[in-house]
Ligand binder design. Sequence first.
Ligand code: HEC
Length: 278
Amino acid sequence: MQIDRCRGWTVLLLLGSVAGCAGNGQGLDENGQPISGGGGGNGTVTADFQSIQNNVFTPICSKCHIGASAPEGLQLDAGHSYNLLVGVASVEQPNLQRVAPGAPDGSYMVHKIEGVPGITGGQMPLGETPLPQATIDAIRQWITNGAPNAAVAAATAQSFAVQTTAPLDQALVRVPPAQILVTFTQDVDASLVNGSTVTLERIDGPLSVVSGDAQRMPAHSALAEKNAAVLVITPTAVLDSGIYRVTVRGSGGGALANMNAATLGTDASFEFTVEPAP
Ligand code: HEC
């Protein structure tokens, strides 16, 4: 059953490698030339998510922010960007949300596109012309308006399923993740998020080798406060190098479900490897 759920993620992994952006922060294309472009995309950006996706995230940001190599696990292609941005903590500055609905000045993504002093790493888009002020203003206005999701209507037509995860399935991560994200096509019923529906296990640890059982890792699971389609799993101790598996129980009594009590129908799991410190 893991196979079924992972098919989409495998496709993403492939896309990530074909896109060939290593997300290494160099701002260079595959020939080592600086990536040019930037600007504001093709059209005038308005203060709604669809316009920002079509004119900024897709043409400018998702060159790098895509697939398994997406920097900080932040995929900005259509269908992934919203739930990896809105209500979700930044990796670089975990005290700030990437997009905090209603609070553009408290949104780390705004800091990154404005290049304000105090950001970690570079201004976005990295190594390119900064976004025009009119584009930044439209993004700020969308956030001020509460950062509504344009795709809600479309999403309700979809069935309840896992959308993506960070880290992605089979990813190798250098820095132990402080948070693990599982995003869904629809809002999740918060009352069903608990230690029986969401588990984090280490599957290569010494205990697992002896007993044949995976070793359960202590972690806190909750929905993002302002985005109930995002499950945030916070390990309560730093994850040592090793192989980890996250499982979301989508069948059986008390299985994870959406607000209409529709379950995933099957368990969904993914694995990632925390690499040894260099
Ligand atoms: C040339 C590749 C590249 C492009 C294009 C790019 N980024 Fe990035 N982005 C990175 C890299 C690499 C990092 C991590 C290192 C850093 O922050 O400098 C990053 C980090 C980020 C972070 C921090 C994430 C976190 O959780 O802390 C945000 C937010 C971000 N980018 C948003 C954007 C947006 C929005 C755009 C488009 C306007 C964009 N990026 C375009 C490469 C890119």
